[in-house]
Design a protein around this ligand. Sequence first.
Ligand SMILES: Cc1cc2nc3c(=O)[nH]c(=O)nc-3n(C[C@H](O)[C@H](O)[C@H](O)COP(=O)(O)O)c2cc1C
Length: 170
Amino acid sequence: MSKKIGLFYGTQTGKTESAAEIIRDAFGGDVVTLHDISQADIADFAEYECLIIGSPTWNIGELQSDWEGIYPDLDEVDFTGKMVAYFGTGDQIGYADNFQDAMGILEEKISQQGGKTVGYWPTDGYDFGASKAVRNGKFCGLALDDDNQSDLTDERIQAWVRMLKSEFSL
Ligand SMILES: Cc1cc2nc3c(=O)[nH]c(=O)nc-3n(C[C@H](O)[C@H](O)[C@H](O)COP(=O)(O)O)c2cc1C
């Protein structure tokens, strides 16, 4: 595996950070480098051909606050030629009409800036009303819900990473 992957995540209470660590470990070796977006610079995206972007949804349909801060600057980043996978953490029962919105908001912006989305994930096995992260009946990335389905997080990540290894051509 010669390609390096940059995983950029934001977190408020640690769940998205834990998921990021499990994703990194699932790739094995030192393929994935973690970047807490609160410590990162937009120039850091340029170092990677493959990116993974993670955010929880907060405050009813909003980005995690560090992503919120950097979001306007994404207009200056060229993601052309990069493959980008997304994951989110959310609460499908407590926030059923905004489940995983942050993942959708980031995917929309980064796609507009040239990123090619990989790692779509089925909506089967979830029960929610509405989500900005759904594209043609699938999530635009891996949806995790540690508030209600923490027992599924590990197996979802392992299956998604197996898929990504192939989509990233690792
Ligand atoms: C005040 C509050 C608002 C939230 N809003 C949403 C929401 O709109 N949509 C959603 O899917 N999850 C929502 N959540 C759930 C969080 O996204 C979820 O707990 C997530 O795993 C937190 O990730 P973190 O620990 O990385 O910050 C909300 C949680 C709280 C406490």
